[in-house]
Write a protein that binds this ligand. Structure first.
Ligand code: SF4
Ligand code: SF4
Length: 421
């Protein structure tokens, strides 16, 4: 075991290999508050990569409903339970979220999936995990869209004139792909070393010619994003649409394009890019990069289950309406600060949020041109000001991709339309 620094945990941790970090890393931010579960992302991925025989159960991109939905069933509750069983009642964070970029969420005092096996007698495999059953893969939408209230109060209606009870049920949509982790559990567990992290962009790939179908990656990935294909007897996983990210896809004309699931997103919740890394795997300062800004400056986007220890490169703007304890378990101690910031965005955050899905080309930098005051007035008991600033997105080559404004443009349709009779 090596010691590697995991900035999401604010400490060093055990990992089976030395840390190897690409210069730039595939990463993304999903704004949960905007997801409408249209599944366009899911189908874009399915129709591109997993439409063949033997891949019926594979959804490299999926959208599940929390708290009851999950693909495969209860994947996160199961791995949390295994960790708690290995390290009972000690899976907590020791400090509040802070300003230090090397430990922005405080320090995780519990055990990761790489550390927990050492507590077990006899010491189990390199990574703590479990292998889902076929039934668990085969029902990807069982328990979805369930928001069940307290026992006995479901479907209880009140007579006219009475007040309805406080609405205390909730759910939200969690869109997921492989996190192309900095410390991938799939890679750590593979006895064939068939899984590798690309040095140019940190995308985690599985070499099928090396795979012997032992399913160690499937067992180890805490996000369950490596999958076994029965008719080829090897495993497969999300490839981050790497020809698009490289700019070698015929559609891209040499310019880096976002993945298919990002490009298809109707709710405009997704932004994907490549972020620069320091030699120790922490993010290099890149103040005008939209992902760097959202993760490290505004701190409005948080990693999914950072306590697993894989240092996932998918970040989420947490949903505002969900009980905080549930969200803290899912996204760590940065949740309260992230939601406060998202609910009260300053001028810069409001402008950066307009960058989502105005183009399929990858944004590497943004600039803001100040505009006039567009609104001044009350909002949730406070007086706020909104400015109609212009935000400009630049691509890899430094050329402008697009510019857009904070205020939605108003289009007035002419009296006569093409389909007018
Ligand atoms: S999410 Fe799972 S499959 Fe993807 S890199 Fe991380 S450990 Fe591997
Ligand atoms: S396409 Fe976007 S809005 Fe629709 S389900 Fe996927 S992430 Fe949510």
């Amino acid at each position: 075991m090596s010691q590697v620094y995991n900035w999401q945990l604010g400490r060093e941790m055990n990992y089976p290999y030395e840390g190897q970090y690409p210069e730039s890393q595939f990463a993304f931010v999903f704004n949960i508050n905007r997801c409408i579960a249209c599944q366009s992302c899911t189908m874009a991925c399915k129709s591109t990569w997993t439409f063949s025989k033997g891949q019926e159960h594979m959804w490299w991109a999926n959208v599940e409903t929390k708290p009851y939905g999950g693909y495969p069933q209860f994947w996160d509750a199961k791995i949390l339970e295994l960790l708690n069983r290995a390290n009972p009642d000690k899976q907590f964070w020791s400090g509040p979220a802070g300003e230090n970029p090397k430990s922005p969420y405080g320090q995780f005092a519990g055990k990761t999936i790489f550390e927990a096996p050492l507590l077990l007698q006899p010491a189990s495999s390199r990574v703590l995990g479990y292998l889902p059953t076929d039934e668990e893969w085969n029902s990807p939408n069982i328990y979805e869209d369930n928001a069940v209230g307290p026992k006995g109060t479901r479907y209880k209606f009140h007579a006219t004139g009475e007040q309805l009870p406080v609405h205390n049920t909730w759910f939200f949509y969690l869109a997921r792909i492989c996190n192309h982790c900095t410390y991938p559990a799939c890679l750590a567990a593979c006895p064939r070393q068939a899984i590798y992290k690309r040095p140019e962009d940190g995308i985690v790939l599985l070499d099928q010619s090396q795979c012997r179908g032992y399913r160690k990656c499937v067992e180890a990935c805490p996000y369950k994003k490596s999958m076994y294909r029965g008719n080829t007897r090897v495993s497969e996983k999300c490839i981050a649409c790497y020809p698009r990210v490289e700019g070698t896809d015929p559609e891209s004309n040499g310019e880096p394009l976002e993945t298919r699931c990002m490009a298809a997103c109707i709710g405009q919740i997704r932004m994907q890019s490549l972020v620069k890394l320091n030699p120790d795997g922490t993010w290099a300062e890149d103040r005008q990069h939209p992902l760097y800004y959202m993760v490290h400056v505004a701190k409005v986007a948080l990693p999914l289950y950072p306590q697993f220890g894989t240092s996932p490169n998918g970040y989420y703007i947490p949903p505002r309406w969900v009980p905080r304890d549930y969200l803290r378990q899912m996204f760590g101690p940065g949740v309260d600060r992230a939601i406060e910031r998202y609910e009260n965005p300053d001028r810069e955050l409001l402008a950066v949020l307009q960058l989502f899905r105005r183009s399929n080309r990858i944004i590497f930098r943004y600039e803001i041109e100040e505009g006039p005051l567009a609104y001044e007035g009350p909002y949730r008991g406070k007086t706020i000001r909104i400015y109609n600033d212009t935000v400009i997105a630049f691509g890899k080559n430094g050329k402008e991709i697009f510019r857009t404004k904070v205020e939605e443009p108003l289009h007035v349709r002419p009296n006569k339309h093409q389909n007018s009779i």
